[in-house]
Design a protein around this ligand. Structure first.
Ligand SMILES: Nc1ncnc2c1ncn2[C@@H]1O[C@H](COP(=O)(O)OP(=O)(O)OP(=O)(O)O)[C@@H](O)[C@H]1O
Ligand SMILES: [Mg+2]
Length: 327
């Protein structure tokens, strides 16, 4: 690679050959990553993969040993002020201060970004509305629920209306309702045209929020692409001896499993297994064959309650990509 990096115009975030050592630990190793303007990229990796280190460099809180990172074309090392105006960083842990109310907290960050007068009042009002925290203004920042803390932290990150948002594990520790609310807020941010880089340990957690994902381990980019591309490439797909792709179909039934098993034994070559009121049946990966079999079962009077081809698992794909050695 050339040592002069030209940040591409459509990229809102560009990580270029980023390397960061901490003593003997290579936290990020020649990492290249691009997030296009207006997209949400899921940044996935196990503990110690280098996600926070990469994000801290992007947020101008740390400097790389080699390489650089760019936000809206501006270098994080050479032009940090311009980067800070365009970027909001939501860290994985945020400080709550005793005797500080939510509105005072947001007002403090608005002042830190140099917002004054009506502009500051408008900015605080805007983020309170966005995060649906208007009714919480006088509550102390200590003692908020985890979900409320996350909203307040997102509000603070949005106070200067940045184009680019870096969110370090925003879904960690949230209950299902708070997760859904986070997902909705991410969708609204995308509607506003913002660019997002969101980290997590868990691929499934980000699959619904992000159009593309990048998987890292030991500071290396292991895979990048849309969720379906990753699934296609890495999830375990069974293959028959003759090389035919296979899919497990779960067939729910009422009545005698023995009769159904006997019928399926004659019709299919694959493995069969009864689990409660379901038969698991390995079939060729061909929807026409599935539809034909379902017609036959119903035609022969079997009471079929469900017929579900098993989804390929994102977790399986993740385990296949990563090697699981924590550093
Ligand atoms: N300030 C530091 N001093 C020493 N080592 C560090 C420092 N920050 C990070 N590291 C090391 O760098 C590696 C990458 O850490 P990083 O925090 O970036 O990983 P991560 O992907 O964010 O992990 P996690 O999922 O646990 O948050 C780890 O081995 C970590 O111990
Ligand atoms: Mg981290």
């Amino acid at each position: 690679m050339s040592n002069v990096w030209v940040a591409s115009e459509s990229a809102a975030i560009e990580v270029a050959g980023l390397t960061r050592w901490f003593g003997q630990t290579l936290a990020v190793d020649s990492l290249n990553l691009t997030v296009k303007a207006g997209e949400a990229l899921g940044f996935i990796g196990p503990n110690g993969a280098g996600k926070t280190t990469t994000m801290r460099v992007l947020a101008t809180l740390d400097e790389p040993d080699v390489g650089d990172a760019y936000v809206c074309g501006f270098s994080c090392t050479n032009d940090p002020d311009r980067v800070r105006h365009r970027l909001g960083f939501m860290p994985d842990a945020y400080g709550a201060y005793p005797n500080v109310s939510c509105i005072e907290y947001l007002d403090f960050f608005a002042r830190s970004y140099g917002l004054v007068g009506r502009e500051r009042i408008r900015a605080v009002k805007r983020v309170l509305e966005f995060t649906k925290m208007s009714h919480m203004v006088d509550k102390p920042t200590t003692g908020l629920s985890k979900g409320m803390k996350q909203r307040l932290c997102l509000g603070r990150t949005l106070i200067h209306d940045p184009q680019v948002l870096i969110m370090d594990e925003p879904a960690a520790g949230l209950d299902p309702r708070a997760r859904i609310e986070l997902k909705e807020m991410v969708a609204r941010l995308l509607d506003e045209g913002k660019t997002l880089l969101i980290s997590s340990h868990i691929l499934t957690e980000l699959a619904e929020m992000c159009s593309r994902v990048a998987i890292i381990e030991h500071g290396h980019l292991l895979a990048a692409g849309t969720v379906s591309e990753i699934l296609e490439k890495y999830s375990a797909q069974e293959v028959s001896e003759s090389g035919e792709r296979l899919t497990m179909v779960q067939i729910g039934f009422l009545g005698s499993g023995e009769a159904l098993l006997g019928f399926l034994n004659q019709r299919t070559k694959g493995e069969l297994q009864i689990k409660g009121e379901q038969v698991e049946c390995v079939l060729p990966d061909n929807p026409e064959i599935w539809a034909g079999l379902l017609c036959e079962l119903v035609g022969h009077g079997f009471q079929i309650t469900s017929f579900i081809p098993k989804q390929r698992s994102l977790e399986e794909a993740f385990l296949k990509v990563t090697r699981g050695r924590v550093q």
